[in-house]
Design a protein around this ligand. Structure first.
Ligand code: GAP
Length: 500
């Protein structure tokens, strides 16, 4: 399965067919940028969130949790800079009515033997350089120009000079003259609170969970018995009116974030703390089944830093559609707490007992999208292979995150003794784990159905179980190895596999 487009298509099909992810509002033709998680998807998603919460909140002494409202006082977004700065550059094609993110639309002048013969434009993707080259050659051929094509220098549309706007062709029509100059487009979704629908009632759906943490800093410090350095963690929905949602759940308009604001003293070495968080997050990804070899780091160049950041490093993942951001780890300095202190008039500071001094802490922020972790896990786990001469799709999800931890099968459904014993084991296991029961079809097919949804273990009750008290067989999805164990051993075994 060499073609990455095919891999994404196969994963999207599997997600729909087996109930992981559906297009939102499917019966109305879908709604671009929104998705619904089905019975298996919600399990995988919950397991990711639970693993993150366990590892970063429950298993540490220095991080506490929070669940703030999605809609905050609108002044929050003024203070945070989102009203002014949370924008993407937008460009419209007046003819086709298509909209593009200007920083994802690339162009280049086509020059032959020192003469500019026109412009080409391409949308950002892995193959854009090759596409641009092909377009330039085609232009040269059509215009019958002699001489060597000069190497193309692709720039994004935000870098176009005003006089170039009319010369750059729209990707929709292939013709120049219809693209507008780029303009700033605020990505926050607006709503109205209360009965009035005017500016005084405007509020916003949060575009990040982080601000809910900052505006609760004082509440947590006053009530939480925390000591610097400490973190506040939050998992929740975020909303962004993305101009160009794409790559399935990778960039959507409604998604979920898992964020930590980790507060440190201003005198602490923020670079070391930042580096520590980057390494901690890499280790966490590995621990839940995202291989280190598919992860890389992208430190943001200083001139491209977000308005609040002193330094940001993205943890990148090799998705089938290219290497893209999985997580951002930002050093936000004291920007947010200072802004909210100044604008609200409530001091959001820390009293250091030893030094008898007050200061506004600085913050390191690891922020990751649940949906992107979900997609990274699925693309890592998805494999096609052959078992007993039959092609199978297998999701090699680790037991900790897999939707079902095991499936229980009676070897035959028309033998009451087998069925009774299998049902009893299923009921017993279900008290502790999310397990599945299946008695229909031949056993090979039942295994295959579970392989496809990532169930790591298949437990079969056969005649040796009931006639010789020989225990049950436990089949490993990945090695295909089958071992016999007693039902008590199965409980301990699953506990070890799932909870470590
Ligand atoms: N509080 C900082 C913050 O929100 P960000 O880099 O804009 O920073 C953090 O977002 C993470 O949220 C990203 O690394 C990504 O995992 C996820 N994310 C951002 N926009 C997303 C979108 N449109 N769809 C899905 N996930 C998104």
């Amino acid at each position: 399965m060499a073609d990455p487009t095919d891999k994404m298509e196969n994963i999207i099909n599997l997600c729909k067919r087996r109930g992981f992810v559906f297009p939102s509002s499917d019966i109305y033709g879908g709604f671009n940028g929104f998705f619904d998680y089905g019975p298996l998807g919600v399990e995988l998603k919950n397991n990711i969130k639970q693993a993150w919460w366990q590892d970063f909140v429950h298993r540490r002494d220095d991080i506490v949790g929070l669940d703030s409202s999605i809609i905050h006082h609108p002044t929050t977004w003024k203070a945070s800079g989102h009203i002014e700065n949370f924008t993407d550059p937008l460009v419209d094609c007046k003819e086709s009515k298509m909209r593009y993110r200007a920083d994802q639309l690339f162009f280049a002048p086509v020059r032959v033997a020192g003469e500019t013969i026109g412009y080409i434009s391409v949308l950002e993707d892995e193959t854009m350089s090759a596409k641009a080259e092909e377009m330039a050659n085609e232009m040269k051929r059509k215009l019958a120009k002699q001489g060597a094509l000069e190497p193309l220098t692709l720039k994004d549309y935000t870098e176009a000079k005003p006089e170039e706007h009319a010369l750059i062709p729209s990707p929709a029509t292939g013709k120049p003259g219809s693209l507008t100059p780029p303009r700033s487009f605020n990505m926050m979704f607006q709503t109205y609170v209360g009965a009035m629908q005017d500016a005084s009632a405007t509020a916003y759906l949060r575009p990040e969970t982080a601000q809910g943490i900052f505006i609760n800093f004082k509440n947590v410090v006053d009530t939480g018995r925390v000591k610097l350095p400490f973190g506040i963690a939050q998992i929740g929905k975020a909303f962004r009116n993305e101009i160009n949602p794409r790559n399935f759940i990778f960039r959507s308009r409604e998604f979920e974030q898992m964020e930590i604001e980790y507060f440190i003293a201003p005198s602490a070495d923020w670079q070391t703390a930042h580096q520590g968080w980057i390494e901690g997050c890499l280790a966490w990804f590995e621990s839940i089944g995202i291989p280190r070899a598919k992860l890389s780091l992208y430190p943001h160049p200083t001139e491209k830093l977000a308005h609040y950041s002193k330094g940001t490093t993205d943890i990148m993942f090799e998705f089938p559609f290219g290497v893209q951001e999985l997580q951002g780890v930002a050093a936000r300095g004291d920007f947010d707490l200072t802004q909210h202190s100044d604008v609200s008039g409530t001091k959001l500071d820390w009293f250091d007992e030893a030094a008898k001094a007050r200061f506004i802490p600085h913050v390191i922020e690891p922020s990751v999208g649940v949906d992107r972790v979900f997609l990274a896990l699925l693309t890592t786990a998805y494999h096609e292979d052959e078992v007993e001469g039959e092609k199978r799709i297998v999701l090699r999800l680790p037991a900790r995150v897999a939707p079902f931890k095991a499936a229980v099968f009676p070897l035959l459904k028309n033998k009451p003794a087998l069925v009774e014993r299998a049902e009893a084991l299923y009921r017993r296991l279900k008290k502790r784990f999310n397990v599945f029961y299946d008695e229909s079809g031949n056993i090979g097919r039942r295994y295959r159905r579970q392989d496809e949804i990532g169930t790591p273990f298949g437990i079969t009750i056969d005649f040796d179980t009931i006639e010789k008290d020989a225990g049950v067989t436990v089949r490993n999805r990945d090695t295909l190895e089958q071992v016999r164990m007693t039902e008590d051993e199965v409980v301990r075994f699953l506990d070890e596999q799932v909870n470590g």
